[in-house]
Design a protein around this ligand. Structure first.
Ligand code: MV4
Length: 451
């Protein structure tokens, strides 16, 4: 087992990893920017190394500084968390060259799934259903026109190097296609240095359902059921839940079987997430694979009792998965609300000092956070300040518990999205479970804040 792990991340996920390490008897080093000098990660880790100034490009994204930090502190592994360098194959490669184990999959797996067009083709080869679309990148304008008329409008153009909602455009009719193609190509070239585009039929009003998987270096692979992440705004998830109310056991079996098929096809190891679109007729399609731990991993941990971070560390150390598929059961229902330091009406970031803080607690409530009373939120990073996670026997019990927990959430000094989350939890729309990726847009339209 590893003796010391460098945490190449910040905020709540850095604490989550430090906690797992402590329970496993592994020492930790917090790599941090100057903006995070006063962070809990710095205080909770056994050691801390400053890797640069607040701007992420000069610290959390700076491979040479992270490698130096790992070298000088004698770390034998690095955990990248989510965001930052977590899906950077180059970073994983350099770690390997320096004899530091990257706690994640191989650089090859990261590259394969990082190119969304190649990922799609790989899913096809693994017999995983994909949305009708172009096989591989679009080569010529004429091909695009022909493909689109074959599959029918609306279509969606996606940058191969995009993902997570970046570099996409919906096209409703042929008259708009060639211009849209030019625009997406130019945007993709500028944003990713890769102009490659592919096309899919556009699925209207889908749900976002993703399957959590884990594989080890011995060829074993399991799934940990699914999460429903349909409640998003501008590709930022607000609320996630497990299991998904849209799946019956038959559909769950088919979706998890498809996910495992992809994992086995690419000999994947570590934790991973297979994202699917689920259409209004109950058909599902592969969308993307994320090769890292997700923000929403706690809802899966709640219903399965698997510690995904510890398992990732064990796998990276070459151990076999600590359980087989038959040992994994799901119990009850879990919901996560992401609390952001944002104005709940405008979603503009709210930076400043937390003057007062009281966090929810009590039965079935888990809070993943790295803020405290007196903490000053730095301007450089994303606005997540806490994840409120509940677990109960049923979905409606979890909704009641979440309302109770959010009601206990008290913060003064900054604005948070708690009021919006409470309104959603109190709404008939959310309770009914009839949710889709259009939920937030419709909800905000129909539920303007009372002034
Ligand atoms: C789609 C789609 C409809 N049809 N692909 C958004 C993020 C990226 N993972 C892919 N995305 C989508 N791909 C086809 N063929 C709709 C979306 C989409 C979406 C997906 C999940 C959750 C929220 C979304 C919001 C807008 C668009």
């Amino acid at each position: 087992m590893f003796k010391k792990i460098l945490i190449a991340n910040r905020g709540e996920i850095a604490l989550r990893i430090i906690r797992a390490c402590k329970e496993m008897g592994i020492r930790t080093v917090a790599a941090h920017s100057t903006a995070d000098n006063d962070s809990l990660a710095v205080r909770m880790a056994d050691q801390a190394v400053c890797i640069g100034p607040g701007e992420a490009t000069k610290s959390y994204l700076k491979i040479s500084s992270l490698i130096s930090a790992a070298e000088v502190t004698n770390c034998d592994a690095v955990h990248p968390g989510y965001g930052f360098l977590s899906e950077n194959a180059g970073f994983a490669e350099v770690c390997g060259e320096c004899n530091i184990t990257f706690i994640g999959p191989t650089p090859e797996a990261m590259r394969l799934m990082g190119n969304k067009s190649v990922a799609r083709d790989t899913a096809v080869k693994a017999s995983v259903p994909v949305v009708p679309g172009s096989d591989g990148p679009l080569e010529k304008d004429a091909d695009a026109v022909r493909f689109a008329s074959e599959i029918g409008y609306p279509v969606i153009l996606k940058a191969s190097a995009g993902g997570g909602g970046r570099g996409m455009r919906i096209v409703n009719e042929e008259a708009d296609l060639l211009n849209a193609l030019k625009v997406v190509q130019a945007e993709a070239g500028a944003a990713f240095g890769d102009k490659t585009i592919y096309m899919e039929k556009y699925v209207t009003n889908p749900r976002h359902v993703e399957v959590q998987i884990m594989g080890d270096k011995h060829g074993n692979a399991v799934h940990l059921f699914e999460r429903d992440c349909s409640i998003q705004r501008r590709h930022q998830k607000l609320i996630e839940e497990a299991p998904s109310g849209a799946l019956d056991q038959a559909l769950r079996d088919r979706m998890t079987t498809a996910a495992i098929s992809l994992v086995k096809h690419i000999n994947y190891y570590s934790a991973g997430t297979i994202e699917f679109l689920l259409d209004e007729n109950g058909k599902f399609y592969f969308m993307e694979m994320n090769t890292r731990v997700q923000v929403e991993h706690p809802v899966t941990e709640m219903i399965t009792d698997v510690d995904i971070i510890k398992e990732q560390i064990n796998i990276a150390a070459g151990h076999k998965l600590s359980f087989a598929q038959k040992d994994v059961t799901m119990y009850g229902h879990s919901i996560e609300c992401r609390v952001n330091a944002e104005d709940p009406d405008t979603f503009l970031p709210s930076v400043g000092t937390i003057k007062e803080l009281h966090l929810p607690g009590g039965p079935g409530v888990r809070i993943d956070t790295a803020v405290y009373q007196g903490y000053k939120i730095p301007q450089y990073y994303d606005s997540l300040i806490a994840k409120v996670v509940v677990h109960s026997p049923t979905r409606i019990d979890s909704i009641h518990r979440m309302r109770r927990a959010l009601g206990e959430f008290h913060v003064d000094g900054i604005k948070t999205t708690v009021p919006l989350l409470l309104r959603i939890m109190g709404s008939e729309e959310f309770v009914s479970g009839k949710i889709s990726t259009r939920f937030i847009e419709d909800f905000l339209k129909n539920n303007a804040t009372p002034q």
